[in-house]
Every structure is written in C-alpha cells, then in structure tokens.
Ligand binder design. Structure first.
Ligand code: SF4
Length: 78
C-alpha cells in the first residue's frame, strides 16, 4: 500500500484524491490518509503530490515509517 507521511499535515493539497482510481484517499482533520485495504498500489498519487508526502510503504524515509501505522489506525478508529 501507499502511505501519506508528514508533509501532508496542514497542507492537504488533494491532488492525489483526483488521481486515485479507486477513491481510497480520505480526509482527516489535518492530513489525508490512504486506506491500506483499498489501495491497489497503482502509484498514480505519488508523483502528483506537490509536497512529496506519498511513498510506497517499503520506500518510506526512516523517520516517517510510523506513518504506515498512522494511516491504518485512522481507519480502524473511525
Ligand atoms: Fe490510490 Fe493508486 Fe495512490 Fe493507492 S497508489 S492511493 S490506489 S492512487
């Protein structure tokens, strides 16, 4: 799955939402989140993010690996 990391916080440009073919990018209070069970790993969202917040889960920079759990938790708690 793809994951949205720290640069999205308080930016929420939403360009990725337009690109996602399965509409699996959802809006939280301060960040967008990718539903890990709905993402089809197409990669369409990654290049359109103006702040480079989106990474394939295995390619997350080390300081942002926590965002993989963070994205998943958003859907389990709501
Ligand atoms: Fe949507 Fe594709 Fe991005 Fe997954 S990788 S969130 S399916 S655009």
């Amino acid at each position: 799955t793809y994951v949205i990391a720290e640069p999205c916080i308080d930016v929420m440009d939403r360009a990725c939402v337009e690109e996602c073919p399965v509409d699996c990018i959802y809006e939280g209070a301060r960040s967008l989140y990718i539903h890990p069970d709905e993402c089809v790993d197409c990669g369409a969202c990654e290049p359109v993010c103006p702040v480079e917040a989106i990474y394939y889960e295995d390619d997350l920079p080390e300081q942002w690996t926590v965002y993989r759990e963070d994205n998943a938790a958003f859907f389990h708690e709501t």
